[in-house]
Unconditional design. Structure first.
Length: 379
């Protein structure tokens, strides 16, 4: 089936207020002890992914009486929890991931931020978490990045990774939706997600465990979906694999996604197939961007169930010429090997994956024309 624009994509394409118009939505508080130049230089000289954090964080609180209030950019610091805090017991939590990029002229931009804002609320609706306005989301991102602009790195493949999240912060023991929530955005200066660079990854196809099922939370970005993927990932990593591919929970035959990335298959005829969004697959921003990019170039992109046995046979016959995975953190990475108890195949590495990576990162870094209007200037 050809791609039909989703409600999430339509929300993401809404006009975005300029950064100066929303910047005052979160008040920036004084920071008495920002990291020293020595600490800053040490962190920036050895960028990992999501390991170190910048000086500030955005923070707002929701109560039923006041709605979202106390919207501030404050010093990054540990949080204090009562042992009865609801998220610790019932997992009522959602999160997002996006990046701030420094362009060659020194300006700072982010990529399709309204997609993240809309998906945060879409996930929140599934977990009975109150929505956050798009203006508040944008104000938190703009305010935090402007406060921590020195933490946006310049190196190739690097960015300031932004992690917005909401969690239930009311203290009680009882199965119901919380009456209090915290919204926080943390920022982490980061290098490439995969330390081995742009190299094909080895993927284990998991037939025993599933990350989500019909009627579950698979299309919500919530910690529980990632927690369910950890045991098979640990086992796969112990056997030398980089990632795990999960199959659908209903039939255990079709591809859903990797633990944190969507999947694409490139066919010999030049068409591209990706699993259709079935309620158990996260609607990735990078997935959406790749589909639109490829269609703009005249590539036929199909969204349909993708049987793992068909893919394995396609690799053997030459009908499948490439596979790749995508997500905000890794952007795009080739899948070079698929293995399970009953097969182990080497997947060809072709030019399309690298082309998509170059085009997307080029747009994000301001080196390729942004004909879609995806980039948003923060400062």
């Amino acid at each position: 089936m050809a791609h039909e624009t989703t409600e999430l994509e339509r929300e993401a394409d809404r006009p975005v207020p300029p950064a100066d118009a929303v910047a005052s939505g979160f008040e920036t508080l004084p920071h008495p002890h920002p990291k020293s130049e020595e600490q800053y230089a040490e962190q920036m000289s050895a960028l990992g992914f999501g390991v170190d954090f910048s000086d500030h964080m955005a923070h707002a609180t929701f109560t039923n009486e006041l709605g979202w209030h106390r919207k501030v950019i404050e010093p990054y610091a540990p949080l204090s929890f009562d042992p009865g805090t609801a998220v610790l017991h019932y997992g009522q939590e959602i999160f997002e991931g996006l990046k701030a990029y420094r362009h060659d002229d020194g300006s700072i931009w982010t990529f399709r931020p309204l997609y993240n804002a809309a998906r945060l609320n879409r996930s929140g609706a599934r977990l009975a978490i109150p929505p956050l306005s798009f203006d508040d989301f944008m104000a938190s991102i703009v305010g935090l990045v402007r406060a921590d602009q020195r933490w946006v790195p310049e190196g190739e493949g690097s960015s300031l990774y932004l992690r917005p999240f909401i969690f239930a912060s009311e203290s009680f023991l009882g199965v119901r939706a919380s009456a209090r929530y915290e919204y926080i955005v943390a920022a982490s200066p980061s290098g490439p997600y995969f330390t081995h660079g742009f190299q094909p990854i080895d993927v284990w196809v998991e037939r025993t465990y599933h990350r989500a099922g019909p009627g579950g939370m698979g299309d919500a970005k919530t910690g529980g979906n990632y927690a369910s993927s950890l045991l098979p990932k640990v086992k796969a990593h112990d056997e030398g694999f980089d990632e795990v591919m999960f199959l659908d929970a209903r039939t255990n035959t079709t591809i859903d996604e990797l633990g944190g990335m969507n999947v694409f298959v490139v066919m010999r005829d030049g068409s591209v197939i990706t699993p259709e969004l079935n309620g158990s697959i996260l609607p990735g921003c990078t997935r959406s961007s790749i589909i639109r990019l490829l269609e703009s170039e005249g590539t036929w992109v199909r969204e349909e169930p993708l049987a793992i046995d068909d893919v394995v046979r396609g690799v053997a016959s030459g009908a499948v010429t490439e596979m790749f995975a995508c997500g905000t953190a890794a952007v795009v990475t080739s899948i070079g090997r698929l293995a399970c108890d009953d097969f182990d195949v080497q997947v060809p590495v072709g030019p399309m994956t690298k082309h998509i990576y170059d085009e997307l990162t080029g747009i994000q870094l301001g080196r390729v024309e942004d004909k879609f209007g995806w980039c948003y200037r923060i400062m």
